[in-house]
Design a protein around this ligand. Structure first.
Ligand SMILES: [Mg+2]
Length: 396
């Protein structure tokens, strides 16, 4: 089998990768909704994969993996990897999880990072109401994640949250020492959320990037009695092109609160120090940033050897990304906690992707399906109406 074409269309806001072959088998991959600008970057790889045998996924990946980087520059490589697995599974007549070593669980746990409701304001009461709504959501989430500190509207909403100048640029650009008042406000919001969730639903907190080591330690110690699931990305994180394992190690060793990072990190080599130094308790790579689902599996196995837990990221990965997460998470060892459940936005995504269960999530779990490849497909007739003029030939 040979790869005959690589196409990319922005459907809604998600760049969708389509790889075609000389045997008529087609594979899909999807990049997260915040990265519509990556379409030309996907197409950049076309000459490097044309003519390759897509069922030898690793061999094709060896040609493009080095030409990528930390978020967002690993996404195109990752989505191509997923489309290759989709083809390899369809060609073999097997679900992708079988090709990755087989499933170790029949249903995979998810956590909430994408089912969101508007916040009234930044007060502790508003945080409590907000997680209460998520708790009542029909998915029955057993873990709910919320943003606080620099990973939220707090720097703008709370006057004098920190000692820095407020940055207006996107992608969580604020960084600096928190004020005493700021720290107290964050802790009050966490207490309020735990008050609503009790011990029935786990609370995870996305906190940065941008906190300094001393504040990270203070926050982690302050919330120790509340048994939060993890504190995520306090120091580095989303769109930060480095890891800082030594700084994370200082934080992790000073507290019993689990410390988490990793969503922006590309490739196993960049997880090596973090894992070998046991610098965090939980890692959370995104399959569409780390380099693909096989890379995610390898890193999970290596983390397990070092007593580190795995909770993959996936907020914006859409419904094709959801399928890839289900396939790989079915195969992960027992250090797996849950993956961050992505939703389809706009709502019509649920009309153009076929093969997903209905309802998708029951009691915070998704049952693993058995159809070949990723086990979901794009309904070409239904999807065509959402193609831009520029992408009109996407399915041809
Ligand atoms: Mg995060």
């Amino acid at each position: 089998m040979k790869i005959t074409d690589l196409k990319c269309a922005v459907i809604g806001n998600n760049p969708v990768v389509r790889i075609t072959t000389d045997e008529g088998v087609t594979g899909y991959g999807e990049v997260e909704a915040s990265k519509a600008y990556l379409k030309p970057h996907v197409l950049f790889y076309k000459p490097y994969i044309l003519g390759g045998d897509p069922t030898n996924v690793e061999r094709v990946m060896m040609g493009i993996r080095r030409i990528g980087g930390f978020k967002p520059w690993g996404s195109a490589v990752s989505a191509i990897e997923m489309a290759l697995w989709d083809i390899a599974g369809k060609a073999a007549g097997l679900p992708v999880y079988k090709l990755l070593g087989g499933k170790v669980r029949d249903k995979v746990r998810v956590y909430n990072g994408a089912v969101r409701f508007p916040m009234r304001d930044g007060s502790p009461e508003s945080y409590a109401e907000n997680v209460q709504q998520m708790k009542e959501s029909p998915e029955g989430f057993s873990i709910i994640k919320h943003g606080v500190a620099f990973h939220s509207g707090m720097p703008r909403a709370v006057p004098d949250l920190f000692y820095g100048e407020l940055q207006s640029a996107g992608f969580h650009a604020n960084r600096g020492l928190l004020t005493e008042k700021g720290m107290n406000h964050i802790v009050a919001c966490v207490e309020a959320m735990k008050g609503a969730l009790g011990d029935e639903v786990g609370l995870a907190l996305d906190c940065g990037p941008g906190m300094v080591v001393a504040d990270a330690i203070k926050l982690a110690k302050a919330v120790e009695p509340l048994n939060v699931m993890w504190l995520e990305d306090m120091l580095t994180g989303d769109y930060v092109p480095y890891v800082s394992p030594d700084l994370y190690r200082d934080v992790t060793q000073s507290t019993s609160t689990p410390i988490h990072t990793g969503e922006q990190i590309y490739l196993r080599q960049n997880f090596q120090e973090l894992i070998e130094k046991r610098a965090v308790d939980v890692i959370g790579p995104d399959p569409c940033d780390i380099g693909g689902i096989a890379e995610l599996k390898w890193v999970t196995e290596y983390a397990d050897l070092h007593g580190i837990l795995m909770a993959p990221h996936g907020t914006g990965d859409g419904l094709l990304g959801l399928a890839a997460l289900v396939q790989v998470c079915a195969t992960l060892p027992q250090n797996y906690i849950a993956f961050e459940y992505p939703t389809g936005r706009p709502e019509w995504w649920y009309d153009i992707v076929t093969g997903l269960p209905d309802p998708i999530v029951v009691d915070s779990h998704i049952e693993v399906w058995d159809r070949p490849g990723m086990g979901v497909d794009l309904d070409e007739t239904a999807a065509r109406q959402y193609l831009s003029e520029e992408d009109a030939d996407f399915f041809d």
